[in-house]
Design a protein around this ligand. Structure first.
Ligand code: FUB
Length: 431
């Protein structure tokens, strides 16, 4: 399904959570009971120099209350707006945003005018979605990328960034100037690259970061008793990307009682890993405060309304044989994916679907098939509907059938091919 993205438009998605544009380096923050997402905005490069590299001209912000429906608030800052920045450097890399005393502070790396490398700038706003106004100068004494700000419970703020190692410094009350000399965090195993993220939980300080052990970035973490360390290395949060994305920038956030890991892979750009897309998965802690490893999923998080198009290709599980996914339109990958069930008995499961009060009467499926087949859809152990897909359904077609048995509440859904030679499914929906 095409999920076109206009500023202010609502989009709904599993993993990756944003379609219609690339998003990377996600920092998730909770402001006023809503989840705000501040990612970088990868674009295919309009200039020769960056054709094979990261290219970012501006930032968007997104918000959600259920982690399923995301609102794009549009551009909050572009390279042309930064007084000290090179307006053609396309270097608006990983940002962060924090709130203090009525103001939102947006931190971003960019290349300075006429200079080399990166500085870190600050832009402020009265609302989490801007408009953000950049300060005239970058933060003095900070050379590098990937700023992250930890606002501690006593009001003290700390800035972490990547630049010749992992650095931390105290920030002044104004959140725009360093209040101490930068300290390089040592004592961690070799392999730190970039993208530090720091937070406090139950009096312990967590420093999480991309870490290269083998070929590409894993996500790893360390714990300590003070924001400036020392930190003890604890292990992995996430393995290397199965899609081969070299980077994996991330943030952790608690929202409505559940912790989440925001990260990125290159789902919409399998051949070029500098065009990335943000994902979310749930995360949990062991009783001793250590982090349980997160396995990346396509299903992602949140509850899917049975009356909306259920993108079954973002599955929670599939059969070992006969089930796979493919792009709907390889020429425009943002159109999304389809599920291919190629033999009798092949299945896919999709968890956490809300059937409401159980009064759903029809089910529709958008399908395509050469040889035809029967789709059986069940939830919570009940067979809800059966769809006979005729052979030679060469164009996508929406077939609607009556529901055989109703289901209510939140259930896990399963779709299975029962007979026939193969059916492709774009989505299913109940009415
Ligand atoms: O997005 C550009 C850079 O790639 C970020 O700043 C790094 O953290 C990595 O994700």
């Amino acid at each position: 399904m095409m999920l076109g993205l206009l500023a202010g438009a609502a989009v709904e998605a599993q993993n990756p959570i944003i379609s219609g544009q690339f998003t990377a380096d996600p920092t998730a923050r909770v402001f006023d009971g809503k989840l705000y997402l501040y990612p970088s905005h990868d674009i295919p490069s309009p200039i020769e120099r960056l054709k094979e590299w990261f290219c970012m001209a501006d930032y968007h912000v997104f918000s959600s209350e259920n982690l399923v429906d995301w609102k794009d608030h549009g551009v909050i800052l572009s390279q042309e707006d930064v007084p000290w920045g090179d307006s053609q450097s396309y270097s608006m890399w990983a940002p962060d945003c924090v709130y203090k005393d009525g103001k939102y502070y947006f931190y971003f790396p960019a290349s300075p005018k006429g200079g080399k490398g990166f500085n870190v700038g600050v832009a402020t706003a009265d609302k989490p979605y801007g408009p953000f106004v950049p300060l005239a100068e970058p933060i003095k004494g900070v050379f590098g990328i990937d700023p992250c700000v930890l606002l501690d419970k006593d009001g003290q703020a700390y800035l972490y960034w990547s630049g010749r190692g992992l650095n931390v410094a105290r920030l002044k009350d104004n959140l725009t100037e360093l209040d101490s000399e930068p300290v390089s965090i040592t004592g961690l195993p070799e392999g730190f690259k970039e993208g530090p993220f720091a937070f406090e939980r139950n009096g312990r300080y967590y420093l999480t970061f991309p870490w290269v052990q083998d070929k590409t970035e894993t996500l790893a973490y360390a714990m300590g008793d003070s924001p400036m360390g020392p930190f003890e290395f604890k292990g992995l949060i996430m393995e290397q990307s199965p899609t081969g994305c070299w980077t994996n920038h991330h943030s952790l956030v608690e929202y409505k009682g559940q912790w989440y890991l925001f990260y990125h892979h290159n789902d919409y750009s399998p051949e070029f890993d500098k065009n990335r897309s943000v994902r979310i998965d749930s995360l949990s802690f062991n009783p001793d405060g250590t982090i349980r490893q997160v396995i990346p999923t396509l299903r992602g998080v949140g509850v899917t309304d049975a009356r909306k198009e259920i993108q079954i290709d973002r599955y929670s599980g599939i059969s070992k044989t006969g089930a796979s996914i493919g792009f709907l339109n390889p020429a425009d990958k943002f159109e999304g994916w389809k599920l291919l069930l190629s033999g009798s008995g092949a299945w896919a499961a999709y968890n956490t679907v809300d059937f409401g009060n159980g009064k759903l009467q029809r089910m529709s499926a958008r399908v395509l098939s050469d040889g035809g087949g029967t789709l059986r859809v069940s939830a919570g152990g009940k067979l809800l509907a059966e769809v006979e897909v005729p052979a030679s359904t060469a164009q996508w077609k929406t077939l609607t059938v009556p529901v055989k048995a109703s289901q209510s509440g939140i259930r896990n859904l399963r779709i299975e091919l029962a007979g026939g030679s193969g059916v492709e499914v774009d989505w299913i929906r109940f009415e």
